[in-house]
Write a protein that binds this ligand. Sequence first.
Ligand code: COI
Length: 356
Amino acid sequence: MLNIRIEPTKQKKQKPEQSKLGFGQYFTDHMFVMNYAEGKGWYDPRIIPYQPVSLDPSAMVFHYAQEMFEGLKAYKAPNGEALLFRPQKNIERMNNTCRRMCIPEIDPDDALQAIKAVVDYDSDWIPDAPGTSLYIRPFIIATDPRLGVHASKTYLFMIILSPVGSYYAEGLNPVKICIEREYVRAVKGGTGAAKVGGNYAASLLGQKKAEDKGYSQVLWLDGVHRRYIDEVGAMNVFFVIDNEIVTPALDEGNILPGVTRASCIELLKSWGYKVSERKIAVEELIEANNSGKLNEAFGTGTAAVISPIGELIDGDNVMELCGGKIGPISQKLYDTLTSIQWGKAEDPFGWSVKVR
Ligand code: COI
């Protein structure tokens, strides 16, 4: 159990208008910080005013990107309670990422205590307008002031909080996604399944190409065969082909094991749908679309929640899905998942965790 020291801010910030939150633009009054040193372990857990971090310019994170991050949300339930959605899953993934990045793990109970403590301390920042939540960003950076390529011996663990609305400007309206044939995001044996900044840095050029053409995101293909669907970077992806709901399998280790992805699979199976986690070749999607069997596609993610895909673009081939509208399965998943997350519906799987 952590003994968290608290230093309150002297000047509370003005809260942004809930209708203008967007994603990740505003930060709350406080943040959680804890240090690590080899031989000492994690120490000095504290909640302090939100502020810049002072680091040596040679700090390893700047040069070799030894870092990791997570993303989860707190929701304001109708009875005023603050709820987290499956935080243990994020903490488990955080420690998996730490192992991949040679970062010391954090005791899962301590990590949960830290998340709850800082969210509770700034709980007046959890927005309550429809579709809004408090995005929680835990992250760890390597801080040794050394230029040799080695695992750092010192780290900082921080948790910052951001009141958010939709990740995409489109909200729940379908997004246009471009299949990327030139660049890849991850390869087998790489860090695709870990939540590290490097994966996102590697995605930026493809993302920019897509945005320049007016698309929201990139649909990545696997880095070996350049053929199998991987993920959308900020989301995992699902397709409804005929009567089967398919999503890329995690077994190659190049896809992020999303918490929303896992929750959607459980929900869909509980509703009796056939859900397959398997390889999906890009030609299969094109053929399914040509024969009228590609009924629906959507992305899933903590930030994006459920994001229907209205258009898939592969070079000159523009595949319109569901008439560019929200498909029935995307809509049902969104309604069910968000009702559970916001504490408005029964929680048959026991996914919600009270902050207090
Ligand atoms: C999340 O969904 O929480 C993510 O981390 C995706 C992100 C790149 C915004």
